[in-house]
Design a protein around this ligand. Structure first.
Ligand SMILES: [Zn+2]
Length: 325
């Protein structure tokens, strides 16, 4: 009797148990499907053009992302053409970040085409107020370069690029919101400090020597932000050639101002500046190569100069040492 009672009770419970089982099977299946989809999709694939932009994404996203930059150390973005491998990377990317303002002159068409296809392609300079941009002084290339693209050397402008990257990452990977916001907050604070430090450092150079002579005009934003006069042998792009007259003009200027140093750049040939140094010597003014600056590309990965902050600090140290008696 007891046995059959038990049996009766079990038979009453059976539909409930069955229901629960069915529910859990369906629930698990759905859950697995969602998981598989996410696992298949993997982390957000981000491709940047320059190392400087890659560095922002690295700082903000860290391990959440799959990250690659097209241009490595020492690469000149003005002249850079996409390789077949680059096109494959760009096709597979979930998010493409580039500098804009025609820095990557030979890639613009590709980016415009991808954007038209509805792909996530952003210029990190797009939201910067036009009034903060320097107009190009490059008469020859005025149409191609209405604005000077080298905004990363004014740290306060680069902070706006960091903000643009933060927004793009959150839009395309909303689950990482907390990580991106936390990392961006800490990084912006560091950049704010760096901006102040640079003003003090450059301000320590004797006023007469506060002139930065380089191969091409990559440092006009740096000069404006931190109080240096800037002269380049080539315009803001390395696409245009410099002429003998440019060399003679610069030699005259350096000799007249009795400048101690001129500076070569890692991504531009130093041939042109060596001609300037020789020219000064002929005019009885000894000017030294004050060191190498990182202009349009960062240093080797794993070195301090392989990060944006390290690169800017290296440049500032080199300039202060080269120009201070
Ligand atoms: Zn440049």
């Amino acid at each position: 009797m007891i046995f059959s009672d038990k049996y009766n009770r079990y038979s009453q419970l059976a539909p409930i148990v069955l229901g629960l089982l069915l529910f859990s099977v369906i629930f698990c299946a759905c859950n697995n499907a969602a998981k598989t989809e996410k696992e298949e999709k993997g982390p957000l694939k981000v491709v940047t053009t320059t190392g400087m932009i890659k560095d922002i994404v690295q700082v903000l996203g860290g391990d959440r992302l799959e990250l690659e930059s097209l241009m490595g150390p020492g690469v000149d973005p003005h002249l850079y053409k996409a390789t077949q491998g680059d096109l494959v990377k760009l096709t597979k990317a979930d998010l493409i970040l580039y500098n804009g303002l025609h820095l990557e002159g030979k890639l613009v068409e590709i980016f415009e085409k991808l954007a038209k296809q509805g792909r996530a392609v952003y210029a990190v300079t797009a939201d910067i107020d036009k009034s903060k941009l320097l107009a190009s002084e490059d008469v020859e290339n005025k149409d191609a370069y209405p604005s000077d693209p080298h905004i990363w050397f004014d740290v306060s402008l680069w902070m706006e690029a960091v903000e643009a990257v933060r927004k793009a990452l959150i839009k395309h990977d909303p689950e990482g919101l907390e990580t991106y916001n936390k990392n961006a907050g800490a990084y912006q604070a560091r950049l704010g400090d760096l901006h102040k430090e640079l003003k003090v450092m450059i301000g320590s150079i004797p006023e007469q020597q506060r002139v930065l002579v380089t191969s091409h005009d990559a440092f006009r934003y740096f000069g404006r932000a931190y109080g240096l006069e800037v002269r380049g042998l080539q315009g803001i792009s390395t696409v245009s050639e410099f002429g003998l007259k440019d060399v003679a003009d610069l030699v005259g200027f350096i000799s007249k101002r009795r400048l101690r140093s001129v500076f070569v750049e890692t991504s531009v040939s130093d041939k042109s500046l060596r001609a300037v140094v020789e020219g000064c010597k002929a005019k009885n003014h000894q000017v030294a190569i004050g060191g190498t600056l990182y202009s349009d590309a960062m240093g080797a990965e794993g070195t301090p100069e392989g990060t944006y902050i390290g690169m800017v600090q290296h440049n500032a140290n080199t300039v202060v040492e080269g120009l201070t008696p």
